[in-house]
Design a protein around this ligand. Structure first.
Ligand SMILES: Nc1ncnc2c1ncn2[C@@H]1O[C@H](COP(=O)(O)OP(=O)(O)OP(=O)(O)O)[C@@H](O)[C@H]1O
Length: 287
């Protein structure tokens, strides 16, 4: 499978200016990041506040450009701030606040906005809008004002707007953070569907461990560096390391960790409640 993202020693710093416009400070937000993401992967990115997740995401569709290092996205070289318009056709972004992403007063017009800006033919726009709205299961709301929708529904409309541009990769930058549990699960379902049925690469930045365990791979960023990368089982067995940087592990994983400390011989890579219950049951049956 081809790489859709390849970052080598990707480094970025924000320049802080004083009132006269002189640089008075620099903040290193990405510090020699080395990451490869394959086409069709579903990757969750974890890290505490200020660890550099959003800065990394903004590099992937050219909102920010590296200070040093190399970055290729879908074979487009983004290392020196060129080709950013080209990459935006391939990489879509869904942000945290659904209200900031809706631009039109009718759902279907909002979804059409992206392809219109790309200069897509009107008949093709119509087709894409209908398909995208169908994919996010919002067919009944095409002529409705986005104001009348719930947070989760608005977020699905924002996703439809991105899908209508036919990207190869979608970055969800804490797109579930402002939603209630139902809205979150609907958006997660949509992400999984886009990944499984359309092969779209998903990069999901989240603080929710229960969402992260649904990914093929988790990348943990800490102070602008990649701390861990691997399957959810590989990453979450590092309970102490993850908790040391102020992140949680899934409750089930933590329960297993505590039981192991009490001497119970349980697999440290178990992630879900069902896996834990089955393992404890097995242990009981063996004794
Ligand atoms: N526009 C900016 N100007 C100056 N510093 C910034 C800017 N945006 C982010 N930073 C700093 O860069 C570092 C990385 O921030 P970033 O937003 O990438 O982290 P994050 O992991 O996405 O955080 P969060 O989970 O809070 O969204 C932090 O120290 C942050 O304060």
């Amino acid at each position: 499978m081809k790489n859709i993202v390849e970052a080598k020693d990707l480094t970025f710093e924000y320049l802080i200016h004083d009132d006269q416009g002189k640089v008075e400070d620099t903040i290193i937000a990405l510090d020699h990041i080395n990451v490869t993401i394959k086409e069709g992967e579903f990757v969750a990115v974890l890290g505490h506040n200020g660890s550099g997740k959003s800065t990394f995401a903004k590099h992937l569709n050219g909102i920010l450009s590296p200070k040093s290092g190399m970055l290729w996205v879908n074979n487009i070289d983004l290392s020196n701030g060129e080709h950013i318009w080209e990459v935006r056709k391939d990489v879509g972004m869904v942000f945290q606040n659904p209200d900031n992403q809706i631009v039109a007063t009718i759902v279907e017009e909002d979804v059409a906005f992206g392809p219109e800006n790309l200069g897509v033919e009107p008949s093709e726009i119509r087709k894409r809008v209908d398909e995208a709205i169908h994919t996010v299961e919002m067919d009944d709301y095409k002529r409705v004002s986005p104001n009348q929708l719930s947070g989760g529904q608005k977020q699905r409309i924002a996703i439809a707007g991105v899908i209508a541009m036919q990207p190869k990769c979608i970055i969800f930058d804490e797109s579930t953070a402002m939603l209630d549990p139902i809205g979150r699960s609907q958006v997660m379902k949509t992400m999984q569907k886009l990944n499984k049925e359309q092969g779209i690469t998903i990069i999901h930045i989240t603080h929710y461990m229960q969402e992260a365990i649904l990914a093929d791979r988790i990348i943990v960023i800490d102070e602008g560096k990649v701390l861990l990368s691997g399957s959810p089982k590989e990453v979450f067995k590092n309970v102490e390391e993850i908790r040391r940087i102020g992140l949680d592990v899934p409750d089930s994983t933590y329960l297993i960790y505590l039981l192991r400390q009490k001497g119970y011989d349980l697999d440290p890579t178990l992630l879900t409640t069902k896996e834990v219950v089955d393992a404890i049951w097995q242990l009981k049956s063996n004794n």
